[in-house]
Design a binder for this molecule. Structure first.
Ligand code: FAD
Length: 487
C-alpha cells in the first residue's frame, strides 16, 4: 500500500500521459474524455477484458434536469428540481457542489453519451412497478421520485435512463444486460480515439516523484512487476470495497456475509492506495441495498418488521425498502400479501425469473400467519386492522402509499421472508472535488492523482436511486479524464 518513491523504480516498462486503473464505467468515461483532450491514454485492467460491474449491471444511468430523452417522453424536469430530489433522497451529507453540477450538467452529459459515444436510448417510458423495464424502453422512475415523501419535495420526474441496442453495439435487445449496452459504445469510442488497454494487469501501487506528485503506478501482470509512468496523471477507477471482507466489516458491517452486488475485483485497492498517501475518505458507511423481490408484489402488499409493524410505503423505490430493511430493521422483514395480491402481481409481472416471488409461509388467518412468521402475538393483526381500515377509505395516513395501490388485504395470506434477499454494495470512498482530484485530509488536491466511480464518494451518500453509480461514474469520470489530460 505504501507509496513508491520514484527514485526506487528500476525502469519504466510503459509510459502514457494519462494512466487509468480499471476499465469499468468510470475508467471508460475518463479514457474517452482524456483522449478527447488529445492525451495519450493507457488503461490498465485487472480482469481479462473491459466491463467491470458496469457491464453486468442493469444499465440505469441517473440523469435529468431536462434531458432530450425526458423531453421526448413528455416529461418536464429542471436542474433545480433534480437537485432537490437528490439532496433529499441520496443523503445525508451529500456534497452540494457535486449535486448541483451533476444536475445542471446532466442534459449535456446525456448528449455526450449519445452524440460522442453513440449510446442509444429508445424514447419510450416504462411505468410498471419493476426493478427494470421489461422491454427496451429508455426511461423509468428509479428512485421513488413519484412516491412519498419525495412527491412533496420535488416535482416527480423519471430519471432512470436505460440504453438499448444501438447501431454501435450489434447486440439484440434483451439478450444482454443493459449495462453492456452502455459499456460497449464507451469502449469503442475510447478505442477510436486511440486509447490503449492492457488487460490482466493489476495495479497495486502508486509511484510518487520527489516533488510529491503521483507520477506512475506499479502493477502485476502474469507474475511480473511493471512500473508504468503517467506524465500527466493517474486516475483510479477500480470500483468499491464490497469484496474486501475487512473493509466491509470495518465500515459497512451490515453487508458482511451478504451477497455483494459488484464483481470480486472490487477490493478497495484505490481507496487504500489513496489513504496511504494521506487522502480523505468519506461516507464509507453508506451502502446500496437491493431486495430481490418483484416490485409488482411489494406494491400490492405490506412490508413489516420483526415486530409486525410497517415502516415504509411499499410503493417507493424497492432499493429504499432494501436499505430500510437491512440498515434500520435488522434485516428481519417480511412482505405480507393476500391471495388476490399474489394473483394480480403474478398476472402483471414480466420480471426476470430470479425476481419472481412466492410466499415463504401461508395461512388462512392473520393469527396463524403471524405465528408461522414468529411475530409477537397480536402485532400483525393490529397492523393489518389499521392498514385495512384506512385502505377501505383509500388512504394511508401512516406511511402514505398512493391510493391507487391501496386495497384491504383479506382472506388467506402469504408472507415472503425478505432477509435472504437483501444484497448490496458500498458507496463511500475517496473524497474528490468536482474535477475528480483526490483530496488530501488537509483539503488540498493530491498532485497527479484523480479518481472516479465507486472508488470515490459520489452523489449517493446514504440513500440511493438506480442509476446513481453509472451516472456519477460517467459524469465525474469524464471530468477526471478531462482534468488529468489538461494538466
Ligand atoms: P466498475 O464498473 O466495476 O469498474 C472497475 C474496474 O476496475 C473493473 O473492470 C475491475 O476489474 C477493475 N479493477 C479492479 N481492481 C483493479 C486493479 N487493482 N487494477 C486494475 N483494474 C482493476 N449501477 C447503476 O448505476 N445502474 C444500474 O442499473 C446498476 N445495476 C447493477 C446491477 C448489478 C447486478 C450489479 C452487480 C451492479 C449494478 N450497479 C448499477 C452498480 C454499478 O455497476 C457499479 O457501481 C459501477 O459499475 C461502478 O463503476 P466503477 O467504474 O467504479 O466500477
Amino acid at each position: 500500500m505504501r507509496p513508491i518513491d520514484e527514485s526506487t523504480v528500476p525502469e519504466w516498462d510503459a509510459d502514457a500521459e494519462v494512466v487509468i486503473a480499471g476499465y469499468g464505467v468510470a475508467g471508460a468515461a475518463a479514457a474517452v474524455a482524456a483522449a478527447q483532450q488529445g492525451a495519450e491514454v493507457l488503461v490498465l485492467e485487472r480482469a481479462g477484458g473491459w466491463g467491470g460491474a458496469a457491464a453486468l449491471s442493469g444499465g440505469f444511468i441517473y440523469l435529468g434536469g431536462g434531458t432530450a430523452l425526458q423531453r421526448a417522453c413528455g416529461y418536464d424536469d429542471t436542474p433545480a428540481n433534480m437537485a432537490a430530489f437528490l439532496t433529499a433522497a441520496l443523503g445525508p451529507g451529500g456534497d452540494p457542489h457535486k449535486i448541483r453540477l451533476y444536475s445542471e450538467g446532466s442534459p449535456e452529459h446525456y448528449d455526450w453519451l449519445t452524440g460522442t459515444c453513440g449510446v442509444a436510448f429508445r424514447p419510450a417510458f416504462f411505468g410498471e412497478p419493476a426493478w427494470e423495464a421489461y422491454g427496451d424502453e429508455g426511461l423509468m422512475y428509479s428512485g421513488g421520485e413519484n412516491a412519498h415523501p419525495f412527491t412533496a419535495i420535488a416535482d416527480p420526474a423519471p430519471r432512470g435512463h436505460l440504453p438499448c441496442a444501438g447501431p454501435l453495439t450489434g447486440a439484440p435487445n434483451g439478450e444482454q444486460g443493459r449495462g453492456r449496452l452502455l459499456m460497449e459504445p464507451l469502449v469503442r469510442t475510447a478505442s477510436r480515439l486511440g486509447v490503449t488497454a492492457r488487460y490482466d494487469t493489476r495495479v497495486d501501487g502508486l509511484v510518487v516523484a520527489a516533488d510529491g506528485r503521483v507520477c506512475g503506478v506499479r502493477a502485476r501482470s502474469f507474475g511480473r512487476t511493471l512500473h508504468v509512468r503517467a506524465r500527466r496523471g493517474v486516475i483510479l477507477t477500480t470500483g468499491s470495497f464490497t469484496y474486501d471482507e475487512a473493509m466491509v466489516g470495518a465500515h459497512t458491517p451490515r453487508l458482511s456475509g451478504r451477497p455483494g452486488a459488484a464483481v470480486e475485483e472490487h477490493d478497495g485497492i484505490s481507496i487504500r492506495l489513496g489513504q496511504a498517501l494521506g487522502a480523505q475518505v468519506s461516507h464509507l458507511d453508506a451502502c446500496e441495498v437491493a431486495v430481490g423481490v418483484d416490485p409488482q408484489h411489494l406494491i400490492r402488499g405490506i412490508v413489516v418488521n420483526a415486530h409486525g409493524q410497517r415502516f415504509i410505503n411499499e410503493d417507493t423505490y424497492a432499493g429504499r425498502i432494501g436499505q430500510a430493511s437491512l440498515l434500520h430493521q435488522g434485516n428481519g422483514c417480511w412482505l405480507v400479501l393476500d391471495e388476490t395480491g399474489f394473483e394480480e402481481a403474478d398476472a402483471a409481472t414480466r420480471a426476470a425469473e430470479q425476481l419472481r416471488t412466492s410466499p415463504t409461509v401461508v395461512a388462512e388467518t392473520p393469527t396463524e400467519l403471524a405465528s408461522a412468521m414468529g411475530l409477537p402475538e397480536g402485532a400483525l393483526e393490529s397492523t393489518l386492522d389499521l392498514y385495512n381500515r384506512h385502505a377501505e377509505q383509500g388512504r394511508d395516513p401512516v406511511h402514505h402509499k398512493a391510493a391507487a395501490w391501496l386495497r384491504p388485504l383479506k382472506g388467506p395470506l402469504g408472507a415472503v421472508d425478505l432477509s435472504p434477499r437483501t444484497a448490496g454494495f458500498a458507496l463511500g470512498g475517496l473524497t474528490t472535488d468536482t474535477e475528480g482530484r483526490v483530496l488530501h485530509v488537509d483539503g488540498s488536491p493530491l498532485p497527479g492523482l484523480y479518481a472516479a466511480g465507486r472508488a470515490t464518494t459520489g452523489i449517493a451518500t446514504g440513500g440511493y436511486a438506480s442509476g446513481a453509480s453509472l451516472g456519477d461514474g460517467t459524469f465525474f469520470g469524464r471530468r477526471a479524464g478531462h482534468e488529468a489530460a489538461r494538466r
